[in-house]
Design a protein around this ligand. Sequence first.
Ligand code: ZN
Ligand code: ZN
Length: 269
Amino acid sequence: MCKQYLTDFHMHTEYSPDSDSSMLNMCNAAVKSGMIEIAITDHVEMTGFYSDGFDKAIALSFEQAGEMQKLFEGRLKIARGIELGEPLHNLEETELLLDSYEFDFVLGALHNLKNEQDFYYYDYSDVDVPEMINKYFTELLEMVEWGRFHSLAHFTYPFRYIPKNLYPADYRIWRDKIDDVLLALAEKDIALEINTSGLRKDIGKTIPDLPIVHRFRELGGERITVGSDAHTQKHVGRNIEDGLLVAKQAGFEYVTVFHKGNPEMIKII
Ligand SMILES: [Zn+2]
Ligand SMILES: [Zn+2]
């Protein structure tokens, strides 16, 4: 029997402000959890976290990921990536960053609306939630239309934090906005990430969940990446098989990995 080819294309190390795990430990954990291929995707927030620009942390992450590639040769394939947050909030710096490094893989992410805090930090009892979600989808569409990244990270991210009683139980009221984002992804050949972190949080589902992944397929989406969004070694590779199952149930036969920005399709069994 063939074994599933496991890929975890989303994880953070001590070069992200919200992780203190060494890259070596993360790579060892990946081998231990049966991953064949991973991407290191430390945060680069164009408006957030860093006060001294992106250079320092990302330069170190990129360099060390190169060392890890050599160290783990024959045992684990390692892509040098980033999780690029809010690229349009500082487009000039973003373009400069992407021109400065030959990343294997760029995850596009939106953690906060323009001039707002991360969705993680709100007191949601004080927020007009439907209005906020409308803005989220609108900004995200602009980001996808710009399109200089390989996979869209954790689509529907705000739902990871908004209390369930503050919005309708399904996405029906935002269906058109969701379709617009998914169509733009499909047209640009950008992958949709199935982020498995939701399975270890209250929301209890992948982000996005099966109906949205399925809709992406219906609208012509071809590329899926799967990632744990691990910030500690114990979460590396976590629920990757569940993520692949969601992809399969949605009608995808392949998961995609990236080398120097070029996609490779890997059969899901
Ligand atoms: Zn993220
Ligand atoms: Zn992340």
